[in-house]
Design a protein. Structure first.
Length: 68
């Protein structure tokens, strides 16, 4: 994962956008990561994966309750 300072992100916003379309970028402030910028496609993929995981967990809980 690439990283850049908040100052560099501000000064080179176009570069930040181009880079984030290819891979997530961590933005650092005072040497610590504070946010991650990622493409819409990656965000949607992660959201779908999270939804699938939540549905799977609900299904497992429902099966456990059926057994009780």
């Amino acid at each position: 994962m690439k990283s850049m300072s908040a100052k560099d992100a501000k000064n080179a916003f176009g570069l930040l956008l181009d880079t984030a379309r290819a891979q997530p970028v961590t933005i650092q402030k005072h040497g610590r990561g504070v946010v991650v910028v990622l493409s819409v496609e990656e965000y949607e993929r992660l959201s779908k994966d999270r939804l699938k995981a939540a549905k799977g967990a609900e299904s497992i809980e429902a099966r456990k309750k059926e057994r009780e």
